[in-house]
Write a protein of this length. Structure first.
Length: 296
């Protein structure tokens, strides 16, 4: 069935491009490709987008509202960062010049923090979406992923945030370090919980505990699934220990992939932190809807 979009929401990350044909706040259709920011030269962004959305365009000009790495310096157009404390959406979306005449493309700016130095792109839209759906909510929002964000929000503003490279560290250690020989597929819940507890109580021991995964494999033939789970637990425990000033005693929400969000929520629960899990795609669309409403 043919779909004509009133407007189009776009989540354009480093690896993937996702587009949603919208009518108001309702998703009519969706499409995706592997044409993420890292795959494209400047001149290729427009064609990549139009290939995905061409069938949704009507007779007039359709607004496209995008978030994510498409607004980075290496992206289609640089959308300058807003400075915290501020609303997650600053209202200063950057319009892409020279687009196909059938569309107007706007890119949501990210947020930056002067001290300690930190930046985000894309997560601010998910935060905005969560706040739009949870009025007058104060607390801490965790956005787990390759670079996990912990975001303190109050009175509908982002007060501060910190980024942890936990996901990237897991990928590097499991795929490129000596641990690649001792970390495999599968899962061992007891090994995860032991690793989590170890670095939650003694995060300074993480470097030694990491090598212990390799040593345990060599000396005790520890299964690769246990090595994988322990590595995950050690890294997450160190992150939670460092982020404790954010989440301790706070309302907590986790926005991310369902499986990963559940891991974070379960780990927080062991420390008395009870988290609400929100769907990341739903929050992104809600945030892009809020950004569209700011365009006027």
């Amino acid at each position: 069935m043919a779909v004509t979009a009133e407007w189009i929401a776009v989540d354009w990350g480093t690896s993937n491009l996702r587009a949603f044909a919208m009518h108001g706040e309702t998703v009519l259709a969706e499409a995706q490709s592997d044409k993420g920011m890292s795959q494209l030269e400047k001149a290729e962004f427009g064609p990549a987008l139009m290939t995905l959305i061409d069938g949704w365009l009507g007779a007039g000009v359709t607004d496209v509202v995008a978030c994510g790495m498409v607004g980075a310096r290496q992206g289609w157009v640089e959308a300058p960062y807003g400075t915290v404390p501020s609303a997650p959406l600053t209202g200063n979306a950057a319009q892409v010049p020279g687009t196909d005449a059938r569309v107007r493309v706007f890119v949501v700016p990210g947020l930056k923090q002067a001290k300690p130095a930190d930046v985000m792109r894309g997560e601010e839209t998910q935060v905005a979406g969560f706040l739009a759906k949870n009025k007058n909510w104060d607390g801490v929002i965790c956005l787990p992923g390759t670079h996990t964000k912990w975001v303190h929000v109050s009175a509908d503003e982002v007060i501060s945030f910190r980024t942890f490279m936990t996901g990237e560290m897991f990928a590097l250690l499991s795929g490129s370090s000596v641990l690649q020989h001792s970390v495999g597929e599968g899962w061992d819940e007891a090994a995860f919980e032991d690793g989590l507890g170890t670095t939650l109580s003694r995060p300074e021991a993480i470097a030694a505990e990491l090598f212990g995964i390799r040593a345990s494999d060599l000396l005790n033939a520890t299964p690769a699934a246990a090595g994988r789970a322990r590595l995950s637990g050690l890294l997450l425990g160190a992150e939670l220990a460092a982020a404790r000033p954010y989440w301790l005693g706070q309302n907590i929400a986790v926005i991310g992939d369902v499986g990963l969000s559940e891991v974070y929520a379960k780990a927080l629960k062991t420390q008395g932190g009870f988290a609400t899990i929100a769907d990341c795609q739903e929050m992104t669309i809600a945030g892009l809807t809020a950004a569209r409403n700011l365009l006027g």
